[in-house]
Design a protein around this ligand. Structure first.
Ligand code: FES
Length: 73
């Protein structure tokens, strides 16, 4: 996974940053995409930010919540 700043917006629809997602994982105990959604609102619009297979947009996003969970959980 490339390196992204904490301010990087992972979920464009809900304007949720990488830092907020890491906080949800490390401080609130989120372990799944559904947990991250519950704590941050990420994924609750188009859903493209969940994983590369959910990303129907063009251009594709560069970072997905699934990848963040793999790295931090
Ligand atoms: S980019 Fe996250 S719901 Fe659309």
């Amino acid at each position: 996974m490339a390196s992204f700043p904490y301010s990087y917006v992972v979920c464009n629809c809900k304007k949720v940053t990488l830092g907020e997602i890491i906080y949800a994982i490390q401080e609130k105990g989120a372990k799944t995409i559904e947990d991250v959604a519950k704590f941050t609102d990420a994924t609750k619009a188009c859903g493209c930010c969940k994983s590369s297979k959910d990303d129907f947009g063009d251009p594709k996003l560069q970072l997905y919540i699934e990848d963040i969970i793999k790295k931090f959980v």
